[in-house]
Write a protein that binds this ligand. Structure first.
Ligand SMILES: Cc1ncc(COP(=O)(O)O)c(C=O)c1O
Length: 464
C-alpha cells in the first residue's frame, strides 16, 4: 500500500544529481510521482526500470520466502506463451479452463476425497484468497443451518490458533466474524485440541488447522482436533467443519508422508487450501481450494456471468486472473508426477535436516524446528539474548542472504527466532556456505559489541 505522496523533482534538481548526460539514452527526468506528459524511448524505459530493480534482493538467496523463484525453461516458455490470456474469459480460452478443472480433480484425489464424483474446487490467486473463499462458504452454511433452526445469525465465530497466518485475521475482520484465537504456549508453538474445545460452540462456523505454520513450520494436531470435533458432534449434535490451511504442506505431505492422515481421510475436514506458488513449485500467484463435497459450496455464492460468451459459474474474489500459472502448474504435474515431486521433496528435506544439524552442532544456535514435516528450519540464538537475531538478520544481508528474524505470537513473544525455507535450488553446498556466513556474522556481532564497550567503558552494560 502506498500513501498519496505527491512530489516532483525539477529538471534543475535532477541535473544537479545526475549531470546532464547521465544516461546514453535518457533525455528526460524520471517520472516518479505524476503521470508523465510525454513519451520515452522503449529502451530508456526498460533500462531505467531494470537498473532500479537491481536494488532488489537476489531471489535465489532469499531464504525467507516459501514462494518459487525458479522453474524449468520449458515452463518459462509456456508461461510466456499464455501470459496474455485472461483466465476468466472461459469462452475465449476454454482449454485453460479445462486444464484448471483437471488440476482440481488431481488435487482432490491427491487429498483423498471420499467420492471422486462429488467434490468441488477452484484456482485462486494464492492461499489467502482460497482461505477467504473457503471460510466464506462455511459462514454461509452455518447461517443457512441457523435460519432453518429458527436461531439467530448475528454472532458467528471462527476458531483458529495464534500460530495462523494473517489471512485468517483478515477473513475475520473483512467478513465480520468474531475471531476466537487459541493461544500458543511459551514453549509450545502450535495449538492443542483441548484448548480448541474450550472456544467452540453452536455459533462456530469452522475450526482452522495449519500445516505448517508460518512462524515455525510445525503442524497443528489435525487428527486430535478431528477426533475432538467428532466427539463434540456425537455429544451435542453440532457439526463443526475443519478448514485445513495447507498453504505450505499441501504439496509436501502427500509425497513425503503419504500415510500421515491430515486431509479428507479425516471426517471433519471439509475444505483445504494450498499455494501452488509455494511447494507446488510455480511462480506467484496461484492457490487452490478444494471442498470435500459439492454441497459445501452454496449455490448462492456462485455467480453466473454470460458477458464473455457462455454462461459460466465463478467463485472467486477477483474477476480477472492470469492463465500462465495454471498452465505452469499443469506442466509441473505432468513433468514431475508423484515420483518427481517426491524426489524434490526428499532432496529439500535432506538439505533442511543437514542445515538443522550444522546449526545445532555449531553450539551457537538452538534449533526449534529441524524440518519435521516441511523443509523449514527455525532456530534461535544461543548464548546471547534471542532478540539479537534482528541484528544478525541485517548483518548476513551483507553477503546477500535474506533470512527473517521475528518474535513469536503472544505467550511466546519474548522469543525471537529466525527462519530458513529450503527450496529446490538450495543445495547442500549452499547450506555449507550459508552456515559459514552466519557463524562468521554472529562472531562479528559479538566483536562489534565488545569493541563498543571498550570505546566507552562508562556505558558499562551489555544489551545481550
Ligand atoms: C500458513 C499460511 N497460510 C496462508 C498463507 C498465505 O498464502 P499466500 O501468500 O499464498 O496468499 C501463508 C503464506 O506464507 C502461510 O504460510
Amino acid at each position: 500500500m502506498v500513501s498519496n505522496k505527491i512530489k516532483s523533482e525539477s529538471k534543475a534538481e535532477h541535473q544537479m544529481k545526475y549531470g546532464k548526460d547521465h544516461s546514453r539514452f535518457l533525455e528526460n527526468d524520471v517520472p516518479k510521482y505524476k503521470f508523465p506528459d510525454g513519451k520515452m524511448e522503449p529502451r530508456s524505459a526498460y533500462q531505467l526500470i531494470h537498473d532500479e530493480l537491481n536494488l532488489d534482493g537476489n531471489p535465489d538467496l532469499n531464504l525467507a520466502t516459501f514462494v518459487t523463484t525458479w522453474m524449468e525453461p520449458e515452463a518459462d516458455k509456456l508461461i510466456m506463451e499464455n501470459l496474455h490470456k485472461n483466465f476468466i474469459d472461459h469462452f475465449e480460452y476454454p482449454q485453460v479452463k479445462v486444464i484448471e478443472e483437471r488440476i482440481v480433480n488431481i488435487m482432490a484425489n491427491l487429498y483423498n476425497v471420499p467420492d471422486s464424483d462429488d467434490f468441488i474446487g477452484t484456482s485462486t490467486i494464492g492461499s489467502s484468497e482460497a482461505i477467504m473463499l473457503g471460510l466464506l462458504a462455511h459462514k454461509w452454511n452455518w447461517k443457512q443451518r441457523r435460519i432453518k433452526e429458527g436461531k439467530g445469525v448475528d454472532k458467528p465465530n471462527i476458531v483458529f490458533g495464534g500460530d495462523t497466518h494473517v489471512s485468517w485475521d483478515k477473513f475475520a475482520r473483512y467478513f465480520d466474524v468474531e475471531p476466537r484465537i487459541v493461544p500458543i504456549a511459551k514453549d509450545h508453538f502450535t495449538i492443542k485440541a483441548e484448548d480448541v474445545k474450550e472456544k467452540i460452540d453452536d455459533n462456530t462456523i469452522a475450526v482452522g488447522v495449519v500445516l505448517g505454520t508460518t512462524f515455525t513450520g510445525e503442524f497443528d494436531p489435525v487428527e486430535e482436533i478431528n477426533s475432538m470435533l467428532l466427539g463434540f458432534k456425537r455429544e451435542k449434535g453440532i457439526d463443526i467443519p475443519i478448514h485445513v490451511d495447507a498453504a505450505s504442506a499441501g504439496y509436501i505431505t502427500p509425497f513425503y508422508e503419504p500415510d500421515f492422515k491430515w486431509d479428507f481421510r479425516l471426517e471433519q475436514v471439509k475444505s483445504i487450501n494450498t499455494s501452488g506458488h509455494k511447494f507446488g513449485l510455480v511462480y506467484p500467484g496461484l492457490g487452490w481450494l478444494i471442498f470435500r463435497n459439492k454441497n459445501m459450496l452454496p449455490e448462492e455464492l456462485k455467480f453466473y456471468v454470460n458477458y464473455l460468451g457462455d454462461e459460466m459459474p465463478t467463485y472467486t474474489l477477483n474477476f480477472s486472473e492470469g492463465s500462465s500459472m495454471i498452465v505452469a502448474q499443469y506442466y509441473n504435474i505432468l513433468r514431475l508426477g508423484k515420483k518427481g515431486y517426491g524426489d524434490i521433496v526428499r532432496k529439500m528435506m535432506n538439505n533442511a535436516n543437514y542445515l538443522a544439524k550444522r546449526l545445532e552442532k555449531s553450539g551457537e544456535f538452538e534449533v526449534i524446528n529441524g524440518a519435521n514435516h516441511i523443509p523449514v528450519v527455525t532456530f534461535k540464538l544461543k548464548n546471547v539474548d534471542s532478540s539479537r537475531a534482528f541484528e544478525l538478520s541485517y548483518k548476513i544481508r551483507e553477503r546477500g542472504w535474506i533470512v527473517p528474524a521475528y518474535s513469536l505470537p503472544p505467550n511466546a513473544e519474548d522469543t525471537t527466532i529466525m527462519r530458513v525455507v529450503i527450496r529446490e535450488n538450495f543445495t547442500a553446498d549452499m547450506v555449507d556456505i550459508f552456515v559459514d556466513d552466519i557463524l562468521h556474522a554472529k562472531k562479528n556481532l559479538d566483536k562489534i559489541r565488545i569493541d563498543r564497550k571498550k570505546e566507552n567503558p562508562r556505558k558499562g552494560h551489555s544489551v545481550s
